[in-house]
Design a protein around this ligand. Structure first.
Ligand code: CA
Length: 233
């Protein structure tokens, strides 16, 4: 894959410059937009690989930018926002953002998120994950067709719901999935007690992964937001 093209959407010039300098230093290609309508126009005309999107923009709200881009593209969007409230992050993720970063962020964190996203993009582009009936991540193997999962080739004794949860997370490796997204996929609805049940199922699923693997390095918890399957090296 060529060096990816990143669209940086940020109205705050010092923050925008920091991101641009970081991208330049690491040899990424980039474009910049200082407002939402410019962002949508550039996304459409240049088809960037990844978008860094500030939520608080002077013209259109960042959430609306996500909604509009998602009507025609699945390009990864990493939300970068000064708003520390979880509600904004959840709204952005539910609108179709892939990940989020809270300001102030470190340059290392920005680059780390970008690497995760680019790796996920490369897998999607080669279609390896989508076509395959088997998922492999470190010593975890899921056989989607057979309906079983293994750690070090030892079968995990999962309930049907735990297996569905594991598959949903695996199919979205690298992406933060919100509680609402997960419960809607598993139970077809997202009531408060579904989210409460989700927590319980996640605890038992992680325990099973952990006891088989020593420590659970696969599933990351985003408190108040959701969960993410990590790619294990
Ligand atoms: Ca802003």
């Amino acid at each position: 894959m060529n060096k990816p093209m990143i669209l940086v959407v940020e109205d705050d010039a010092p923050v925008r410059n920091l991101m641009v300098t970081t991208l330049k230093t690491h040899d990424y290609k980039y474009l910049t937009a200082a407002n939402g309508s410019e962002a949508i126009a550039l996304a459409a005309s240049h088809n960037p690989d990844v978008i860094f999107l500030d939520l608080g923009l002077p013209d259109i709200d960042g959430i609306e930018v996500i909604h509009q881009i998602r009507t025609w593209s699945n390009m990864p969007i990493i939300v970068i926002s000064a708003r520390s409230e979880d509600d904004d992050k959840i709204e952005a993720l539910d609108a179709g953002a892939d990940d989020y970063l809270t300001k102030p962020f470190s340059v290392e964190e920005l680059l780390a998120r970008l690497r995760v996203t680019v790796r996920r993009l490369a897998l999607i582009n080669t279609n390896k994950e989508a076509d395959s009936s088997v998922y492999i991540n470190g010593n975890l193997r899921i056989d989607y067709l057979a309906g079983c999962a293994f750690i070090n080739e030892e079968e995990l004794k999962l309930t049907p719901i735990e297996f569905k949860l594991l598959c949903l997370l695996a199919k979205n490796t690298g992406k933060v999935l919100t509680h609402t997204y997960i419960t809607q996929n598993i139970w077809g609805r997202s009531w408060d007690n579904d989210i409460a049940s989700l927590r319980v199922f996640m605890v038992t699923l992680r325990k099973k992964l952990e006891s088989a693997n020593g420590s659970c390095q696969f599933i990351q918890t985003h408190v108040g937001i959701g969960y993410r399957m990590l790619r294990v090296e």
